[in-house]
Design a protein around this ligand. Structure first.
Ligand code: C2O
Ligand code: CU
Ligand code: CU
Length: 540
């Protein structure tokens, strides 16, 4: 019997009558160790780890302002061994500066910085590379890395283009000007063809930008503000990471990875001691493919105050919060009414972590409105961009394609492979509408580098008619984004059978960037395309 959970087909693959045969690996492969059953571990024995805040190691000339300097940070990518649970042996991971998730950057809007990302990983990968994927050919070095700051308005040269990877022993010196609003960003590996494996191995961390507007709101801060990166992973009973593989050893790629083992800041079922007062949670979904639907306690009310690119116009009261891969949310949860209780953070009915609420607050909280549990009614002004300001509307499809080598369903953007010439060339300082037509059976979190955008709407349409005749016929009225999506975004959930429209100001820098699905298995297998921001007169 094979106890390891393997991916055995995809809804789409089954629908086309393709079957993936389990017996194929029962024959020629050694059976891997058993899968870890998290229900057999004692929950809530480890404190929630909090990422350490990075300190600069010196200064470096500012690439934009001769004569000035910027703080320099040095970050190494290394193999590490880290405990994910008290009762498990250490787990082999790839982290930044010795931890998974990596250390926390904290800076202010407009305060630029330089980072030297040093690849000190081993020469061999420990997760299953698929050499049939574009960019991961057997001729390419096995271990490669490049770092992208997700949500950053970053010059193209420092954006971590997927082909700009470096091998162990080499490093990249990147410049992050951070001329953007306060927000929770994150950095992660972005290497062509193996990005899903590098991130699965642990290569991601959080990056906070602060600004005056945020300061003025007196939101919970210091030890009352908790960065929280959530991701699922398959673990073996010996604590080691297990990345699922297809039955074909020549092409181990699988279309999606979902596990029942969920980690919070790299720990399995940790706890956090809290006081009976409001806390601010800066939450990011670092899963390869899992969507979280988060709730506190028995659907206790939380306040959602921010999304990918910073604060919402106003707090939104909610009992659940849906968070796709790479999306961020900013939640204020008030433990005041729960003194002495234990409150769980859950993904639907699955428990992620526990909060142990002390019987009393440690100090008398200052008498600001926030700290008494009520938030300011307005957080910031976000003007909705009128559609009339868009100079161009692009219709872009999300497509399924049968991959005969991998015998499974792959995904593409606009039916165009990664290496085809650039087709999207927005002009700097113009606004465009991107109309994303999802022809697949999945929800895809679509992310654009460089920009922040607003979600206009979603609308279901007749997929067959579109595939047959290229005609777009809507089948329902428009759905406006929910109030928790009314801020600035950089990643949008594109639901199956829907057209999702976003309105995007292309600002900041010209140059080459990428847009892609943030389901990492899709991204690594052609669901990514370049786009290029160009000067006026060169648009396409
Ligand atoms: Cu999280 Cu290309 O990005
Ligand atoms: Cu990004
Ligand atoms: Cu996708």
């Amino acid at each position: 019997m094979i106890s390891r959970r393997r991916f055995l087909g995809h809804a789409g693959a089954l629908a086309t009558g393709l079957s993936l045969d389990r017996s194929m690996f029962a024959a020629g492969f050694a059976l891997p160790p058993e899968a870890l059953d998290p229900a057999k571990l004692e929950p809530y024995v480890d404190p929630l780890p909090l990422p350490s805040v990075l300190k600069s190691t010196g200064t470096h000339p500012d690439p934009e302002h001769p004569g000035k300097t910027l703080p320099l940070f040095r970050v190494t990518m290394q193999e590490i061994h880290q405990k994910v649970h008290r009762d498990l042996p250490t787990t082999r991971l790839w982290g930044f500066n010795g931890s998974v998730p990596g250390p926390l950057f904290e800076t202010r809007s407009g305060q630029g910085l330089m980072v030297e990302w040093m690849n000190q990983l081993p020469q061999k990968h420990f997760l299953p590379i698929d050499h049939t994927l574009h960019g991961a050919e057997a001729s390419a070095p096995e271990v490669r890395a490049v770092v992208h700051l997700h949500g950053g308005r970053t010059p193209s040269k420092s954006d971590g283009y997927p082909e700009d990877w470096v091998v162990p022993g080499k490093s990249l010196l990147y410049h992050y000007p951070n001329r953007q609003d306060a927000a929770l960003l994150f950095y992660h590996d972005h290497t062509m063809g193996i990005n899903r494996l590098n991130i699965y191995a642990g290569m991601q961390g959080l990056f906070l930008i602060r600004d005056e507007r945020e300061d003025s709101l007196n939101l919970p801060r210091g030890r009352y503000e908790i960065p929280l990166m959530l991701f699922d992973r398959f673990l073996q009973s010996d604590g080691q990471l297990d990345y699922p593989v297809s039955p074909d050893p020549k092409s181990p790629w699988v279309p999606e990875v979902y596990s029942n083992v969920m980690l919070a800041n790299g720990k399995l079922m940790p706890y956090l001691d809290v006081e009976p007062r409001p806390y601010r949670f800066r939450v990011m979904n670092g899963s390869n493919a899992r969507f979280f639907r988060l709730s506190f306690g028995n659907l206790s009310e939380m306040n959602i105050i921010g999304s990918d690119q910073g604060l919402l116009p106003a707090p939104v009261k909610a009992k659940r919060m849906l968070l796709g891969p790479a999306e961020r949310t900013d939640i204020v949860f008030d433990f005041s009414a729960h003194a002495g209780e234990k409150i769980l953070l859950k993904n639907d009915s699955f428990e992620i972590m526990q909060f142990r609420v002390a019987p009393a607050a440690s100090t008398q909280p200052p008498a600001t409105s926030t700290q008494q549990g009520s938030l300011p009614p307005a957080l910031r002004t976000i003007d909705r961009i009128p559609e009339s300001r868009a100079v161009k509307t692009r219709r872009l499809t999300l497509d399924e394609k049968m991959n005969l080598v991998q015998e499974s369903m792959g995904m593409m953007l606009n039916n165009t492979p990664w290496h085809a010439p650039v087709t999207e060339k927005p002009v700097i300082d113009t606004i465009e509408i991107w109309e994303i037509v999802n022809l697949t059976e999945d929800t895809h979190p679509i992310h654009l580098h460089l920009v922040k955008f607003q979600i206009l709407d979603r609308r279901s349409f007749d997929v067959f008619l579109f595939q047959d005749k290229g005609e777009l016929r809507f089948t329902q009225s428009v759905q406006k984004p929910g109030p928790e999506e009314m801020g600035w975004k950089d990643t949008v959930r594109c639901e199956k059978g829907h057209v999702t429209r976003i309105i995007v100001p292309f600002e900041g820098y010209t140059g080459r960037y990428v847009w892609h699905c943030h389901l990492l298995e899709h991204e690594d297998n052609e669901m990514m395309r370049p786009f290029e921001v160009v000067e006026a007169g060169h648009g396409a």
